[in-house]
Design a protein around this ligand. Structure first.
Ligand code: URA
Length: 498
């Protein structure tokens, strides 16, 4: 069954649609796979049937020409994706699978079958290439004054993936105008809709302002401690390196990593100086490599995930630059989203109370969240909190990382599992097993505890009290680890009332 929805996403709409129409007619006329010579347009310089032994038009029966086939949507999608593969025999393989499938050999579409295995391998390669395009496209800014798109990128995909890959950039680039040019076709966006166009020549290699900015950014955020060239090659095939503006920087930086910078765990642009205390060496920024602390403006422009669409604003962290304790929550709630400040709603009240009991001044800590935009769903007239997904946590880690880099806090208090996963950069965590312990991570102490909202959700007063006490205890431990400077002169009470 061919649905218009399926075809709307066709990778090479013209060719796949042409193949499908032809295949339908060949099938109806019982033309076996070995009787068709499928020619690829790029080889024949003409349509798909330029050199075929038969064309749909040469089939005599009108019934055949009006052919009808019923194919499952899953198979159709497999065939469509496989048709984006660069293999020269793709059209013949597609027809062979279709022929066998419609003649009762359903295994033709399964990975255990020789044809099916090939089909699945091709689909996998196409999907991987879509991911490559998402990951390795680098836009260069052309300046607002110039006509045409503001951002331009060049990419050389191994398969015809532009149609499937392009919608991702609609979300990522928001209202900006951009163009991705490839030798297989191009796609432009005027800020609203995608426009597919012809293949384009590789643009000149002139360095422009956008690229300079990107290189500076890349240099400054590069952490040689994380460099593993083999892993990098695995994740980023070398064929992409030539089109990545940052690629020429990688060899030098990875050598630097192996000759000492790795031990320091710092960018080369972050220099080491002898500190004042008893022969200890401290790393201080040389000024060229300042990470960017996200402010409301930067977060509002963020398109790393989709949460910006429904949130009022991005909520950056707040607190002194020299805070020795950094408290990480999950994400802004309804009030935080409206006011643009972290922990100003009901969960903030619980946290304030716990801090007061611990003797910790709010002014002495840096408060932030793992995810900077409010994720919610509407229930009646209320915007109810929704837990952020792994994708959103990972996307937003960029900002948390910048905040961590701009704050020398020795101690991080992670409120709840989301915060802990974000700080430790892990996918799964059993919060109950590490509650209140001091974990060592990247040269800091990380103290996991309950999220204040958990206290709010508990029904039993005794449970609320116990959970609140765990938070207070975690804050006290953080203060001990951070040293006395963060203690606030507040009266202590024994138990939190929640
Ligand atoms: N919950 C959080 O995790 N953070 C806030 O800022 C508010 C509620």
């Amino acid at each position: 069954m061919l649905s218009s929805t399926t075809l709307r996403h066709a990778c090479t709409p013209t060719y796949f649609a042409a193949w499908r129409d032809a295949a339908r007619q060949f099938l109806a006329a019982s033309v076996a796979p070995h009787d068709i010579d499928w020619l690829d347009a790029r080889d024949a310089g003409q349509g798909l049937f330029g050199g075929s032994a038969q064309t749909p038009e040469t089939l005599s029966s009108p019934a055949a020409r009006a052919g009808h086939m019923v194919v499952s949507p899953a198979l159709l999608e497999l065939l469509r994706l496989a048709s984006c593969h660069d293999a020269h025999d793709r059209w013949a393989l597609l027809y062979r699978v279709l022929w066998r499938w419609t003649h009762g050999e359903r295994e033709a579409a399964l990975a255990a079958d020789a044809d099916g295995a090939r089909l699945h391998q091709m689909v996998k390669a196409v999907r991987r290439e879509i991911h490559h395009l998402h990951a390795y496209v680098r836009f260069r800014e052309r300046g607002e004054a110039l006509d045409g798109p503001r951002f331009v990128a060049w990419f050389e995909p191994a398969h015809d993936v532009l149609q499937d890959a392009a919608p991702h950039f609609l979300h990522r680039m928001g209202k900006l105008s951009w163009l991705i040019a490839t030798p297989r076709g191009s796609v432009a966006c005027d800020g609203d809709a995608l426009h597919f166009g012809p293949a384009m020549p590789r643009p000149a290699d002139d360095e422009d302002a956008g690229e300079k900015l990107w290189l500076t950014y890349y240099r400054n955020t590069f952490n040689p401690a994380r460099v593993n060239v083999e892993v990098m090659r695995g994740h980023m095939p070398v064929r992409f390196w030539k089109n990545l503006p940052e690629a020429p920087l990688i060899p030098a930086m990875s050598v630097a990593a192996q000759t000492g910078a790795r031990r320091a765990g710092q960018s080369r642009d972050v220099e080491e100086k002898v500190g004042s205390g008893a022969g200890r060496r401290v790393n201080i920024s040389a000024g060229r490599a300042q990470p960017v602390r996200p402010d409301a403006h930067l977060l509002d422009a963020c398109r790393r995930c989709d949460l910006w669409r429904t949130a009022t604003r991005g909520v950056p962290g707040t607190g002194p630059d020299n805070a020795r304790i950094l408290i990480v929550g999950e994400q802004p709630g309804d009030q935080e989203d409206l006011q643009g400040q972290p922990f100003v709603g009901p969960a903030g009240e619980v946290l304030d109370h716990a801090m007061q009991l611990a003797g910790l001044s709010r002014e002495a800590v840096f408060l932030t969240n793992a995810v900077k935009h409010f994720k919610w769903e509407l229930r009646g007239k209320r915007r109810l909190h929704k837990t952020p997904g792994q994708r959103e946590i990972m996307a937003c880690h960029h900002w948390l990382e910048q905040e961590l880099a701009t704050h020398p806090a020795k101690v991080i208090v992670a409120l709840g599992a989301t915060a802990l996963k974000a700080v430790l950069q892990i996918r799964e965590v059993a919060l109950g097993e590490v509650l209140g312990q001091a974990l060592e991570h990247a040269g800091r102490h990380v103290v996991p505890t309950y999220h204040p909202s958990y206290v709010l959700r508990l029904r039993e007063a005794s449970e609320k009290t116990a959970a609140g006490e765990r938070i207070v205890a975690a804050l006290r431990l953080a203060m001990e680890l951070a040293g006395p400077a963060v203690a606030a002169p507040v009266a202590r009470r024994e138990r939190p009332s929640s």
